[in-house]
Write a protein that binds this ligand. Structure first.
Ligand code: ZN
Length: 105
């Protein structure tokens, strides 16, 4: 946990070149025009997809990406009676699912 003096929203990141706050999904920084590399996937998307598909009701895929809190919530609600797990599954397939650090898979 590093202290940030600038307030960065959950859907924002710092430009790797000039340090400006830009959207996480932005590939090119609007401030300096430098292309930002996609955040390095810390977890394997296929693994998360399979975990969600077979063990999604137990929140296993959320534990895997480090989202322990919502993983426990999902475990006790049986993946929101399957609906929450299904939403996660769609998000993983459409590249919207992020790990605990906000990186796309
Ligand atoms: Zn920049």
């Amino acid at each position: 946990m590093s202290e940030q003096t600038l307030t960065k929203q959950a859907d924002e990141k710092f430009c790797s070149s000039c340090g400006a706050i830009i959207k996480i999904i932005a590939e090119i920084c609007p401030k300096c025009g430098v292309r930002n590399a996609r955040p390095t996937a810390s977890k394997n998307k296929t693994t998360v997809l399979l975990l969600c598909l077979f063990l999604g009701c137990f929140g296993v895929h959320r534990f895997y990406v480090g989202k322990t809190g919502s993983g426990i919530a999902q475990l006790f609600t049986l993946g929101g009676i399957g609906i929450w797990a299904l939403i996660d599954l769609v998000m993983i397939i459409t590249d919207k699912f992020t790990d605990a650090n906000g990186n796309t898979l």
